[in-house]
Design a protein around this ligand. Structure first.
Ligand SMILES: *[C@@H]1O[C@H](CO)[C@@H](O)[C@H](O)[C@H]1NC(C)=O
Ligand SMILES: *[C@@H]1O[C@H](CO)[C@@H](O)[C@H](O)[C@H]1NC(C)=O
Ligand SMILES: *[C@@H]1O[C@H](CO)[C@@H](O)[C@H](O)[C@H]1NC(C)=O
Length: 252
């Protein structure tokens, strides 16, 4: 008689916990950042360290209906995965006895970005782990001096997430610049900025992707004394010509 409420309660608890853990909400347990074309490990380990060599675990990618199976392992064997992950995603067999169901993804692409879940469906007391994978793409800013003296351009193509560009002088002071291009195409960003410098010296452009803590400086572009010396030469010539004329006039 007293068993029924207990059963009902535990049923409620299981349902509730299942719902809670399966919900695609709340912050992920772990965030992993990787650059495009690099390999990455998505971590998932049981805190109990219990042997899972004979157990079932499933990796899925959220946001797809039905959820895409990234990797599935059961009772000592690999059980399959969705086409786009074939041959690219594998587990660590020697780690299973320590309760470690982490997987390695090779040559990560921008499309791989997303939230992944790692679950042990037959172990009811185990939560579902959520791992957020952020994939970045970066390229060194390309800089050039335009025809007009002192006009410097900095360009980044195909970066993700969106970078901010800044021209800096040799003291790392940020210079004012104008944004000429700010385009997104197929999830990648194309940005061009220009600045005008008047003082000779060396300048570089820095591309910063704050979300992935990534920063790349360009090579340096150096402005020599050209502007000054050239106008200096013109002034000097002009002065000597004027004085020459004055001299000739006075002499006569
Ligand atoms: C699980 O295995 C991977 C691959 O060997 C390793 O990088 C990771 O540190 C392991 N996790 C734990 C908690 O030991
Ligand atoms: C992962 O899920 C969180 C919400 O839990 C969401 O804010 C975030 O944008 C997702 N990450 C990716 C890369 O889709
Ligand atoms: C300029 O700043 C960058 C980071 O923003 C730093 O790595 C670099 O060492 C700095 N250079 C100088 C000359 O201070």
């Amino acid at each position: 008689m007293e068993l029924l409420p207990l059963l009902f309660l535990s049923f409620c608890f299981l349902t509730l916990s299942g719902l809670t853990f399966a919900a695609e909400s709340g912050p992920p347990d772990t965030r992993v950042i990787v650059m495009e074309d690099d390999d990455v490990i998505l971590p998932c380990s049981l805190s109990t360290n219990e042997n899972i060599e004979k157990k079932l675990f499933v990796w899925k990618k959220e946001g797809t209906v039905p959820l895409k199976e990234v990797f599935m392992y059961d009772d000592g064997t690999y059980k399959g995965q969705y086409e786009e992950f074939k041959g690219r995603v594998s587990h660590f067999p020697e780690q299973l006895k320590h309760g470690n169901a982490s997987i390695r993804m090779k040559k990560t692409q921008l499309e791989d970005q997303g939230n992944y879940t790692c679950s042990f469906p037959e172990m009811k007391s185990t939560k579902i782990f959520r791992i957020e994978l952020v994939v970045g793409a970066a390229s060194e800013p390309y800089v050039r001096m335009l025809q007009e003296k002192g006009l410097l351009e900095c360009k980044v193509s195909g970066a993700y997430p969106k970078p901010t560009l800044a021209w800096r002088d040799s003291d790392n002071k940020t210079l004012e610049s104008v944004q000429l291009k700010d385009k997104e195409e197929q999830g990648r960003f194309y940005i061009v900025i220009q600045t005008t410098v008047t003082n000779p010296g060396c300048y570089h452009c820095v591309a910063t992707q704050i979300e992935i803590s990534h920063q790349i400086p360009s090579s340096e572009t150096c402005m020599h004394d050209d502007i000054r010396s050239e106008s200096g030469i013109i002034e000097a010539t002009l002065v000597s010509v004027i004085f020459g004329i004055i001299g000739i006039v006075v002499a006569f």
